[in-house]
Ligand binder design. Structure first.
Ligand SMILES: [Zn+2]
Length: 233
C-alpha cells in the first residue's frame, strides 16, 4: 500500500455508488489525481482541501481521506461562475499525474485573491488563467520570435491557423488569418497580471478560447459563459 499527503483544488465530484463518490483533485505535488472518498463528505468544485491518498500502486485509483475543506468564494456570484469554469477547463485539459506547477501556483494565488476582489479583477485573473493553461499544456504562444521571418520582432498578431506570432512588418507576407494581440500579453509573465479594461479582457479570452478549442483541449465554446462575462461591469 502506498500513501501520501498533499493539498489541492477539487475539480470534479461524481457520485459512484451509495457509499462512495469519485473526486478529482488537482494536487500540488502529484498533479491531477482521481480517487474515491466517502459519499457523506460534502465538497464542491473550486474548494481547497488537504488530503491523504492511499492505494495499492501509484497508477491505480485509490482513496482520499479529506482532512480540511475550504471554499474561498461565495456561491451565486460571478466569482463562482469563474471558479466552475476553471474546474471545467482543468478537467478537460490536464492529463492525470501531470505536475504543471506554474499553473497550480497561479490557481492557488487566484483563489486567494478572488475572496475580496471585484468582478473585473476576477475576470482579469481568469483571462490570464486561460493564457497560462495553453502554455502549461504545450499550446502557448511564442511572443518573441516572428513565425514568418524567424527574427526577434515585436509580435502584434497571432495566426489563427498556426498559433504563431507575427510582426507588423511580416503581416503582409503571410496569408494566415490573424488575431491582433492584446497589448497586455507583453507583460503577462508573472503572478500579478496587470489589470486591463473589460474590452481587452474579453478580447484576450476570445483568442485563448479559440485556441483551447482548436488544440482539442475540449469544447470551450460555451456561449452562456461568454454571455455571463459580458454582463460584468
Ligand atoms: Zn517577421
Amino acid at each position: 500500500m502506498i500513501s501520501w499527503s498533499d493539498t489541492g483544488i477539487v475539480v470534479t465530484t461524481t457520485k459512484r455508488q451509495e457509499k462512495y463518490q469519485a473526486v478529482e483533485i488537482f494536487t500540488k505535488d502529484h498533479g491531477m489525481v482521481r480517487a474515491l472518498c466517502d459519499s457523506t463528505i460534502r465538497i464542491c468544485g473550486f474548494s481547497w482541501v488537504s488530503v491523504d491518498w492511499r492505494g495499492r500502486n501509484s497508477c491505480e485509483n485509490g482513496f482520499w481521506r479529506i482532512q480540511d475543506i475550504h471554499q474561498p468564494i461565495a456561491p451565486n456570484s460571478i466569482h463562482s461562475v469563474i471558479g466552475q469554469r476553471v474546474c471545467y477547463l482543468l478537467h478537460i485539459s490536464l492529463p492525470y499525474g501531470d505536475g504543471a506547477s506554474e499553473l497550480f501556483e497561479y490557481i492557488e494565488h487566484m483563489s486567494r485573491e478572488m475572496r475580496d476582489c471585484s468582478s473585473l479583477e476576477a475576470l482579469n485573473m481568469y483571462a490570464y488563467f486561460e493564457f497560462l493553461l495553453l502554455k502549461s499544456t504545450g499550446y502557448g504562444f511564442d511572443l518573441k520570435t516572428c513565425g514568418v521571418c524567424g527574427n526577434v520582432e515585436k509580435i502584434e498578431y497571432i495566426s489563427r491557423d498556426s498559433g504563431r506570432g507575427i510582426s507588423r512588418e511580416c503581416r503582409g507576407i503571410t496569408r494566415d488569418r490573424l488575431f491582433r494581440v492584446p497589448e497586455v500579453w507583453e507583460n503577462w509573465s508573472n503572478l500579478e497580471p496587470i489589470l486591463s479594461d473589460l474590452k481587452t479582457i474579453l478580447l484576450s479570452i476570445s483568442i485563448t478560447n479559440y485556441f483551447i478549442e482548436k488544440s482539442n483541449l475540449g469544447h470551450s465554446g460555451d456561449h452562456s459563459f461568454i454571455a455571463t462575462l459580458g454582463l460584468v461591469s
